[in-house]
Design a protein. Structure first.
Length: 547
């Protein structure tokens, strides 16, 4: 009875004018606090970001991809506007359902005007599998491991492969490989002519497209495929003693790699280093066979001297910052609308709680995250590389990893996206430094072979190479000293850097056993970074037998 009376009195009070008025005042107070909270956070975040941006723009920094993009070039002078490659960026965007596509994520339906031409380009590959469970890949050697191509294994890949023509009568492994790849003679001829007559390269990338993670980068697979195709064709020609033709294939491979050299996008830079690795392996296959002439070696060394991967890294890192900042600013402008594409990019697709949290975030928090990301780049990713001094500083790069790890340990809404978007970037520093070392070692390998051609033997020290065969000895990007050189008792040699651990280990490679892999892989954080030049080619199968 007492409880009913108490409940009745409370309800009467609640729905009385006094109770309603107090409830309204309470709701208004809470709403005012919420509005005030959002207003203050938005003001603080925008103010902090704009102050940071002004500070660094005054020092010459650029924060948009369009500012970092290479200038347009005339179509008739543009290598990538040759008919084979031109259709890649001849497309329209039609609004459609969001597709589950690999990175870079597409939130639009891209429709190519000439889909047949794009499909044709996709088939210009040295490694088209026909679904066999055995012999289903090429064995083209490995620059870091010091391995050379296995011609017999490559021949087995093409033998019976319905994607390639078959010789009426089988010949040598090199002859059969080359016969299969003559399928692409017209495409290679077109590209070689374009490389000769079109001095510039600039893909028509939509740098200002939003959101930034849906920028179309459809050109990257073909660039990598062309690099592998020219490598395989050059390898066969070298084995057949046709070094002049192999040299033309090598130059085309280098030109394909150069076509993305000036793109301010990290994934372009990573593909650039991967294709350059294949080019250097082609060079190395010719060196071990003593196939290159003095003039060819001098031409390659001159080209490699112009390759500045450290400067390309800095451009890519500035582009990566611009990519992140523009993407976050786009998310900020979406307000309560949540873009699922972003969650697929960052691997949070199945996390509805995170999506709801993002929808409620004040716009100022996006600005604070933009500031946190840019600050990380300025403190760690940029200083880790000094392109003018041609140096890389592992200690600074490692501090970047530690800083990112600390973000996960101390969650903060101002640094939420820095924790998500920054972790993998230090790996790009390692890969860039490793590849720049390979480029510099390749220059020395060209000079050493020129010395051997002139003197009938290799020199005892690198000092004998200057200035006739190379202007100066390239420095180790890690410690700033000249690259090391050792003659081997069997007549081979190694050129090496002290590597990421900054310790001279006498030209010994660091190895690691990866899960699911039968053979050990190179650990670029341990051991030295080595360019190996044995007396004769060593394949993976021969190395396995030796073990």
């Amino acid at each position: 009875m007492w409880q009913r009376s108490t409940t009745r009195r409370f309800l009467c009070w609640l729905f009385s004018w006094r109770g309603i008025r107090r409830g309204l005042i309470l709701c208004a107070s809470v709403a005012t606090l919420i509005v005030l909270f959002y207003t203050v956070e938005n003001w603080r975040g925008k103010r902090a970001w704009e102050a940071h941006k002004r500070q660094w723009e005054a020092r010459g920094e650029k924060f948009t991809l369009t500012q970092l993009a290479p200038p347009p070039v005339p179509d008739d002078q543009n290598f990538v506007m040759t008919p084979l490659l031109k259709p890649l960026f001849d497309y329209t965007r039609e609004a459609g359902p969001k597709a589950r596509a690999p990175f870079p994520y597409r939130d639009d339906s891209v429709v190519w005007r000439d889909s047949n031409a794009v499909a044709r380009l996709d088939r210009v590959q040295a490694e088209l599998s026909d679904g066999r469970k055995t012999n289903n890949h090429l064995v083209l050697g490995n620059l870091e491991k010091g391995l050379f191509a296995d011609l017999q294994a490559c021949r087995e890949f093409y033998r019976g492969n319905t994607n390639y023509p078959q010789p009426a009568t089988p010949g040598t492994p090199a002859a059969d490989i080359l016969f299969a790849l003559t399928k692409f003679d017209p495409e290679i001829k077109e590209l070689c002519e374009a490389a000769t007559t079109r001095p510039y390269s600039r893909f028509a990338i939509e740098y200002d497209h939003e959101p930034s993670w849906s920028i179309q980068l459809r050109h990257l697979p073909p660039v990598k495929q062309i690099g592998k195709l020219t490598h395989a064709r050059a390898l066969a020609r070298l084995e057949l003693g046709r070094s002049a033709e192999a040299f033309e294939e090598l130059k085309l491979g280098l030109r394909a790699s150069d076509s993305i050299r000036d793109d301010p996008i990290l994934i372009d830079h990573l593909v650039r280093t991967a294709t350059l690795s294949m080019n250097l392996q082609t060079l190395r296959e010719g060196l071990v066979r003593h196939a290159w002439s003095d003039a060819q070696l001098a031409e390659v060394e001159k080209y490699l001297a112009s390759v500045d991967l450290l400067a390309e890294y800095k451009l890519a890192m500035r582009g990566e910052r611009a990519w992140s900042v523009r993407g976050l600013d786009w998310l900020r402008r979406q307000g309560f609308k949540v873009d699922l594409g972003f969650f697929r990019v960052i691997g949070e697709e199945e996390n509805p709680g995170f999506a709801r949290f993002m929808a409620l975030m004040p716009g100022g928090w996006y600005y604070q995250n933009m500031l946190a990301i840019s600050d990380m780049f300025q403190k760690f990713n940029f200083p880790a590389v000094d392109e003018k001094a041609r140096r890389v500083f592992p200690d600074i790069a490692d501090k970047s990893d530690a800083a990112v790890n600390s973000l996960a340990e101390r969650p903060n809404p101002y640094r939420l996206f820095a924790r998500i978007l920054m972790p993998a970037l230090s790996n790009a520093i390692k890969r860039t430094a490793r590849m720049q070392t390979s480029v510099d070692a390749a220059r020395l390998a060209c000079a050493l072979e020129r010395y051997r051609l002139a003197n009938g033997k290799l020199p005892g020290t690198l000092d004998a190479l200057t200035p006739r065969f190379i202007a100066s000895i390239p420095i180790d990007v890690i410690d700033g000293k000249p690259l090391r050189y050792q003659l081997k008792p069997d007549g081979g040699y190694v050129v090496y850097s002290v590597g990421w651990n900054k310790t001279d280990e006498g030209g010994e490679i660091g190895w690691k056993k990866s899960p699911g892999s039968k053979e050990p892989n190179v650990d670029i954080t341990q051991g030295d970074w080595v360019w190996q030049m044995p007396v004769k080619p060593v394949t993976a199968s021969q190395l396995a037998l030796a073990r």
